[in-house]
Design a protein around this ligand. Structure first.
Ligand code: UD1
Length: 420
């Protein structure tokens, strides 16, 4: 079992390079199923989650090759076997369920194990299935499986009750090869949806409006193989912005699309961070000024991202005054509160709201990464806690951060991984 050790309190300095977005590459890999030609994905971040979806494709008889020399991921799904996909991998990572829309579009059939809930919430799939049904698929559920089948998918108007990221992506992939036009209303607007559509359009799809609430997909007959580079990971970039803030340091972050981070940057400015010299996808973050308490409500994009909530809580734990964080996207995303409290943070939970009274100093202890972003929050807290913080269950962190200790070490942090 591995642990991450962080020795506080050190200032950070220098530059960090952000990887491509986990939440872009996962649906893009799923979308390679739509086309029987070779596809190359550049700058592929080989995160644990990416390994899982690659393994799933290999088990379905696809060719998947990653070159460490140039970070290119080559996928060819021409020999994919539309059999029932491995139960274990679907349960292991919810995003594996994203292959359903593409499988349905290519074969008119797909049977997958129902994705389990996870520790941040129950995470149902009703909106994904509602979309498939409206496109003409029959849905059979039982014995832990969901099966979708159709003779032909036909475009339709689909209204999502909630702008679910995964449902928007799955329906988008199913609709790309459907006959006629599909309109998704109240679609998720996350930059990763726009990225998926850009990838599909480059392959020959006809999608308009991705990145806005109404997406129009004109079905096409087939798609062709291409080479593509996904967008930068806005959550990784946001995590390093908070690292600058919590350690009162100034750092340069390379690989930032300022537009995608607008909700995070605006909130961090309100808190007292200063951003300058935004050019060539780089930004300088000055976290040396006195911070002030802020209130945050997580919302679908362009609101404040739920994936930045835990990291923000670490910062506010050591910011003088009372901050309030309201989590509206997932019903159980405050597990990091108990861990932060072990480090001396003063946080009270009332339903979906956390009230944080800033304390002058956190103290190091053994903590757990209770989920992916909660793990990042523990690293951030460890950077400023007095003493040595030991973070367990770090497989969660590896799901979404590439070489996390190396990146922090390059900035001057005292952080390393041990095998226990
Ligand atoms: C994606 C991201 C995740 C992020 C989340 C919200 C990926 C791989 N993961 O997850 O990092 O935290 O968006 O920004 O891109 N819901 C339903 N019915 C459905 C689907 C979702 O009720 O059929 C609900 C969920 O329970 C949750 C909310 O919608 O409360 C948001 O979920 P969703 O946007 O679907 O998140 P994911 O796609 O799973």
């Amino acid at each position: 079992m591995e642990k991450i050790i962080v020795n506080g309190v050190k200032k950070l300095r220098g530059e960090v390079n952000i990887s491509c977005a986990k939440n872009s590459i996962l649906p893009i890999i799923a979308a390679t199923i739509l086309c029987p030609e070779s596809i190359v994905i550049n700058n592929a971040p080989m995160l644990e989650d990416v390994e899982v979806i690659c393994k799933l494709l290999r088990e379905l008889n696809c060719e998947v090759d990653f070159s460490k020399i140039d970070d290119k991921l080559k996928i060819n799904t021409s020999n994919i076997n539309p059999i029932d996909a491995n139960t274990e991998l679907i349960r292991k990572m919810r995003a594996s369920f994203l292959i359903m829309g593409a499988m349905l579009a290519r074969f008119g059939y797909c049977k997958l194990s129902l994705p389990g809930g996870c520790n941040i919430g129950s995470r149902p799939i009703d909106l994904h299935l509602k979309g498939f049904k409206l496109l003409g698929a029959d849905i059979i559920m039982g014995y832990g499986f969901v099966e979708v089948k159709t003779k032909k998918l036909i475009g339709n108007r689909i209204y999502l009750d909630f702008p679910s990221v995964g449902a928007t992506e799955n329906i988008l992939m199913a609709a790309v090869l459907a006959e006629g036009t599909t309109i998704i209303e109240n679609a998720a607007q996350e930059p990763e949806i726009e990225d998926l559509a850009r990838f599909l359009n480059k392959m020959g799809a006809n999608i308009e409006g991705a990145g806005r609430g109404k997406i129009t997909i004109h079905g096409v007959k087939d798609l062709k193989g291409i080479e593509y580079t996904p967008i930068y990971d806005r959550i990784e970039a946001g995590t390093f912005m908070i690292a600058a803030g919590i350690t009162n340091s100034t750092i340069k972050i390379n690989g930032v699309n300022e537009e995608h981070l607008r909700p995070v940057i605006e909130k961090l400015k309100e808190c007292g961070l200063v951003f300058s010299e935004y050019k060539n996808n780089s930004i300088i973050v000055d976290g040396s000024r006195i911070k002030k308490a802020v209130d945050i409500k997580t919302l679908p994009y362009p609101g404040f991202p739920t994936d930045m909530q835990a990291q923000m809580m670490s910062l506010l734990s050591v910011t003088e005054g009372t901050s309030v964080i309201t989590e509206t996207v997932f019903e159980n995303r405050f597990m990091h509160v108990t861990e932060l409290a072990r480090m001396g943070a003063n946080i009270k939970i009332d339903g979906r709201t956390a009230i944080i009274e800033g304390v002058p100093q956190l103290t190091a202890c053994e903590v757990k990464a209770t989920d992916l972003r909660a793990g990042a929050a523990m690293i951030l807290a460890g950077l400023v806690a007095d003493g040595q913080t030991e973070i367990g269950d770090i497989y969660h962190i590896d799901r979404g951060y590439v070489n996390v200790e190396e990146k922090f070490r390059k900035l001057g942090a005292d952080i390393y991984r041990i095998d226990v």
